[in-house]
Ligand binder design. Structure first.
Ligand SMILES: O=C(O)c1ccccc1N[C@@H]1O[C@H](COP(=O)(O)O)[C@@H](O)[C@H]1O
Length: 192
């Protein structure tokens, strides 16, 4: 099972990720997020990140041009889309060779994205117990929302996702905590 450590904002967070080796990290570009990065901040952070760790840009109802700029500068290779998203936008982003993860808030459904993310939290640390998730799925499932070291094992057994995605649960006083990042990554990798 894979891990996405989301909402990294500082050099020390990147240094921690380089030691812990999650498969994905997330850079948030959503307007009202306390974790929002500028283009320049994200560029500096990506430069320090090991090449094998994929960086996901997190957006709420973005403009295509914003994503293209970040992709052309090789700051992101995956795009996580929240909100009301048109299929045309997904196809256009995929046309740039980017991997698209579509966030769903209410219930599981098939979409044209490359992966589905179940997340009702949007970085607020809110846990949801999901129902009616098909056992057989034709694309990877990311699971997020209020996941912590205490509830992750239970959530994995309930939902059987392909990727665990966590942000608030690896923070202490609003900042990323390297010990929590390591603990959760080890826990998730135990399921491999
Ligand atoms: O992290 C944010 O601020 C954010 C803002 C807008 C949309 C999504 C956001 N984060 C995503 O939320 C989940 C994690 O939530 P939690 O904090 O662990 O409950 C993850 O998918 C982030 O990418």
């Amino acid at each position: 099972m894979k891990v996405k450590l989301c909402g990294l904002t500082r050099n020390v967070d990147i240094q921690a990720a380089n030691k812990i080796l999650p498969e994905y990290i997330g850079f948030v570009f959503a307007k009202n997020s306390k974790r929002k990065l500028t283009f320049e901040q994200a560029k500096q952070l990506r430069k320090q990140l090991l090449p094998q760790i994929k960086s996901v840009g997190v957006f709420v109802e973005p403009r295509f041009e914003e994503i293209k700029l970040l992709a052309d500068a090789q700051i992101i290779s995956c795009v996580q889309l929240h909100g009301d998203i048109d299929s045309t936008l997904i196809e256009k982003i995929q046309g740039q060779g980017l991997y698209v993860i579509q966030a769903l808030k209410e219930e599981y459904r098939e979409t044209i994205a490359d992966a589905i993310l179940l997340d009702a939290s949007e970085g607020a640390g809110i846990f949801t117990k999901w129902k009616n998730i098909p056992v057989k799925r034709n694309k990877p499932l990311f699971l997020a929302g209020g996941l912590t070291v205490k509830n992750i094992e239970h959530a994995i057994r309930d939902t059987n996702p392909d990727v665990i995605d966590v942000s608030s649960g690896i923070e202490t006083n609003g900042l990323k905590d390297a010990d929590k990042m390591a603990q959760i990554t080890q826990l998730v990798h135990k399921f491999n």
